[in-house]
Design a protein around this ligand. Structure first.
Ligand code: MV4
Length: 449
């Protein structure tokens, strides 16, 4: 087992990782920018190293700064959390060169899944269903027209270096293809320094359902059931839950097996998530694979009652996975509490938190790094807390969540709490009748002053 882990991250996830390390008897090193000097991850880690000014590029995203901190503290592993360097293959490579364990898959695997066309080819080989499409880069708009004619409209143009919606275009008819192709190409070049575009059939009103997997260094891969992440806004997830209200035992078996095949095919090591689009006929298609621990991992922790960060560290240290399968026996929902103004286009609303009271009680979990008196810095992600509730049934879980949201007092900044309160009272949400388009038609009403 590791002696000392450096956590190359900030916020709630840094704190989350420190907690598990402590319970495992592993020493921790926090790194922080000057904007985070008063953060709890700095306080609770055994050691802390300042790695630069507020800008992420000069702190949490700086490989030389992180490696310098590894060197001076003599850490033997790095946990990247999510975001920042978590899916940076070059960083994983540098860790390897320095003989420091990167807690995650190999650089090669990160690269393979980071390139969407390569990922899709890998899935086809593993017999995982993918969306019908070009199966490779488009040479030009004419090539796109040919493929689109074959698969039928509407189609979607996607960037091979993409993910998260950038460089993505829906095309409803042939006349619109050329212009969309050129724009997608430009956007991809500007965002990823890679203008590769491919095309696939557009799946209308899909649900976003992902399967959590874990693989060990001995070739064993298991799945830990799904999370429904269909409640999103501009590719930012707002709510995640397990079981998905759309799931059946049969579909879970099928999607779980597909996710395991995906993991086995690449000898996946670590925790990972296979994202699927699920259409109204419950046909599912591989979308992307995330090679990191995700924000919403807590939902899975609650329904299977295991610490995923602990399992992640154990497999990184070479230990074998013991169980063969886990089954969700409860219902869990996570609401992301962001410092955002929901009545102003979800604009970030950082600043000083005057008072902060978290909900408590049976089945209520709050993962957060903030407290009364804390100032939310403007430089980073706006997520300030995750509220996770667990109950025997979905109905009870929604009622518990509504109760917990009512107890949440956050004064001084605007948050997404009012949105979640309205959501827990929404008939379509309550009946499980939603897909990725849900937020587009959601009625936010008037702000209560
Ligand atoms: C799609 C799709 C429909 N058809 N691909 C959005 C982010 C990127 N990872 C892939 N995305 C989509 N790909 C095909 N062939 C619809 C989306 C999509 C979406 C997916 C999951 C969750 C929310 C979404 C919101 C808009 C579009």
């Amino acid at each position: 087992m590791f002696n000392k882990i450096l956590i190359a991250n900030r916020g709630e996830i840094a704190l989350r990782i420190i907690r598990t390390c402590k319970e495992m008897g592993i020493l921790t090193v926090a790194v922080y920018s000057t904007a985070d000097k008063d953060s709890l991850h700095v306080r609770f880690a055994d050691e802390a190293v300042c790695i630069g000014p507020p800008s992420s590029a000069e702190s949490y995203l700086s490989v030389p700064k992180i490696m310098a901190a590894v060197e001076i503290t003599n850490a033997d592993a790095v946990h990247p959390g999510y975001g920042f360097l978590a899916e940076n293959a070059d960083f994983a490579e540098v860790c390897k060169e320095y003989n420091v364990k990167f807690i995650g898959p190999s650089p090669d695997m990160i690269r393979k899944m980071g390139d969407k066309i390569t990922a899709k080819e890998t899935m086809i080989k593993a017999n995982v269903p993918v969306v019908p499409g070009s199966g490779g880069l488009l040479k030009n708009a004419e090539h796109g027209l040919e493929v689109a004619k074959e698969i039928g409209y509407p189609v979607m143009l996607k960037a091979t270096a993409g993910g998260g919606g950038k460089g993505m275009r829906i095309v409803w008819k042939p006349e619109e293809l050329k212009e969309n192709f050129e724009n997608a190409q430009k956007e991809a070049a500007a965002s990823f320094a890679n203008d590769g575009i491919y095309v696939e059939k557009f799946i209308e009103e899909p649900r976003h359902i992902e399967i959590q997997i874990i693989g060990d260094q001995h070739g064993k891969v298991i799945h830990l059931s799904e999370r429904d992440c269909s409640i999103q806004r501009r590719h930012q997830k707002l709510v995640e839950e397990c079981p998905s209200p759309f799931m059946t035992d049969e579909l879970r078996d099928e999607m779980g097996s597909a996710a395991i095949r995906a993991g086995e095919a690449i000898k996946y090591e670590g925790v990972g998530t296979v994202e699927f689009l699920v259409d109204k006929y419950r046909k599912f298609y591989f979308m992307e694979m995330n090679t990191r621990i995700q924000v919403e991992h807590c939902v899975t922790e609650e329904v299977i009652d295991h610490d995923l960060i602990k399992e992640q560290i154990k497999v990184a240290a070479g230990q074998k996975i013991e169980n063969d399968s886990y089954y969700p026996t409860m219902h869990a929902i996570e609401c992301r509490i962001n410092a955002e103004d929901i009545y102003n286009d979800f604009r970030p609303s950082g600043g000083h938190i005057k008072s902060f009271h978290s909900p408590k009680g049976h089945g209520v979990r709050v993962d957060t790094h903030v407290y009364a008196g804390y100032t939310v810095p403007p430089y980073y992600d706006s997520m300030i807390a995750k509220l996770i509730c667990r109950a025997q049934t979905r109905e009870e879980c929604i009622l518990k969540m509504a109760r917990a949201l009512d107890e949440f007092i956050i004064e001084g900044i605007k948050t997404t709490v009012p949105f979640h309160q309205m959501l827990m009272d929404d008939e379509d949400f309550k009946s499980g009748n939603f897909n990725t388009g849900f937020i587009n038609t959601f009625d936010f009403g008037e702000e209560k002053k």
